[in-house]
Ligand binder design. Structure first.
Ligand code: ASP
Ligand code: MG
Length: 428
């Protein structure tokens, strides 16, 4: 008997018949003799619809009330799911985040889990019940208020429950078959990965892959939770996200766990590029610029500084940041232009970032050469480059990003034999 945590995203519980399908899947797992704990998202686009409603009654809704509102979405799906399971003759009990012991800090809309005390869940399991928990929500002990974990937070709920209950696996169900070597909507020859390391998954998620939420992967890595990302719409195996301990365990059992040089390719069109032109090339200017940018609340990603022209003693500094942060950063920089002494600002929101990720990069050479070669053959210009130990990212024109992903995917030998199945879904 194993303890299995399952998380169902909004697309898996979008209507009554989907809820029944999910209930059947849960009951099948219970029938196989396992204890089952389920974290469930709000039905379909409920969260967006609630946000829209809030927007219609107040331009800036009170954060406390917004969390009260949004957390109701998951209460609907959890109760309906429990009812559907009852009608199949099985015992199920639903719990809100606070009943489940999901203790968070007090930050409304982006709360962090600080403790999980699943006493009631353990009791219900011991009494033979299937446990259903509302995803995405928690409770703060000091304010005694309901909090939410941020968009996509149900993944984190599931992983945190798996850690606290010492579950054997945390299955994350969505409308895609698992984690792919690239987004199949962009790269039709992307193939499903059987497994991926948590560090590779973190890099992919941080660089545009949307299958799993980065905070959930981080939590799983820290607490040694095994994630299995799979589809509600098929019974085939998905992708295992293995943390280091699990990899070593498998290797000890004789499983061949070679790390791929490149596991996957991610694309991200959510960033903009800002160039600060004519920055005096003297010590302290970069510090001044990025202090101003940081104060505007922007989250800077890549930075490139050009060699300064000897004749002018000035240089250009470019950086990327989320498109949504660009206006505030530009305004802040413009306000301090005289003080910093740069000449002008250029804002470019037609950029795309392509990243290749693979743990094997640590021990292989020539990985970046393959990337640059593939892009050059396709006539795609590289505007910025950055690397980490297991990732290389480049910024190219937004128009080039899809072709760039395809040629790079081919260059690293990642193309599958068949076209990936794409359900017309959201990937959640
Ligand atoms: N319902 C929330 C959202 O749509 C949480 C989740 O789906 O994970 O963001
Ligand atoms: Mg949702």
């Amino acid at each position: 008997m194993a303890l299995i945590v399952q998380k169902y995203g909004g697309s898996s519980v979008a209507d009554a018949s989907s809820i029944k399908r999910v209930a059947k899947r849960i009951v099948d797992t219970r029938r196989a003799g396992h204890e089952v704990v389920v974290a469930v998202s709000a039905m379909g686009d409920t969260t967006d619809e609630l946000l829209d409603l809030a927007d219609q009654v107040a331009p800036i809704p009170a954060p406390r009330e917004l969390d009260m509102l949004l957390s109701s979405g998951e209460r609907i799906s959890m109760a309906l799911l429990a009812m559907a399971i009852h009608s199949m003759g099985f015992e199920a009990r639903s719990f809100t985040g606070s009943q489940a012991g999901m203790i968070t800090d007090a930050t409304h809309g982006a709360a962090r889990i600080v403790d999980v005390t699943p006493v009631r869940l353990r009791e219900a399991l011991d009494e033979g019940a299937i446990v259903i928990v509302a995803g995405f929500q928690g409770f703060n002990r000091d304010t005694r208020d309901i909090t939410t974990l941020g968009r996509g937070g149900s993944d984190t709920t599931a992983v945190a429950l798996a850690a606290a209950l010492n579950a054997d696996v945390c299955e994350i169900y969505s409308d895609v078959d698992g984690i792919f070597s690239a987004d199949p909507r962009v790269v039709p020859k992307a193939h499903k990965l059987d497994h991926i390391s948590s560090e590779e998954m973190l890099e992919l998620a941080a660089n545009g892959a949307k299958v799993l939420y980065i905070r959930a992967v981080e939590y799983a890595r820290r607490h040694g939770v095994l994630i299995h990302a799979r589809s509600t719409f098929s019974s085939s195996e998905g992708t295992l996200v293995l943390n280091q301990a699990r990899r070593e365990q498998l290797a000890a059992q004789g499983e061949h766990m070679e790390e791929p040089v490149v596991a996957g390719v991610a694309t991200d069109l959510s960033q903009a590029k800002v160039t600060v032109i004519g920055v005096p090339d003297v010590p302290g200017k970069a510090a001044e610029i990025f202090k101003i940018v940081a104060k505007s609340g922007a989250n800077v990603d890549m930075i490139v500084q050009n060699v300064s022209a000897a004749t002018t003693g000035r240089t250009d500094i470019s950086f990327t940041l989320p498109k949504t942060d660009a206006a505030a950063a530009l305004k802040a920089l413009a306000g301090d232009q005289a003080e910093v002494g740069f000449l002008s600002l250029v804002h470019d929101d037609q950029v795309g970032k392509l990243s290749v990720v693979g743990a094997g990069m640590r021990t292989h050479s020539g990985v970046s050469a393959t990337l640059f070669e593939a892009l050059s053959t396709a006539g795609i210009n590289i505007e910025m480059i950055s690397t980490s130990e297991i990732r290389i990212s480049v910024v190219v024109r937004a128009d080039d990003i899809a072709e760039a992903a395809r040629v790079v995917h081919t260059a690293y030998g990642l193309d599958g034999d068949t076209e990936a199945v794409v359900y017309a879904g959201t990937g959640r």
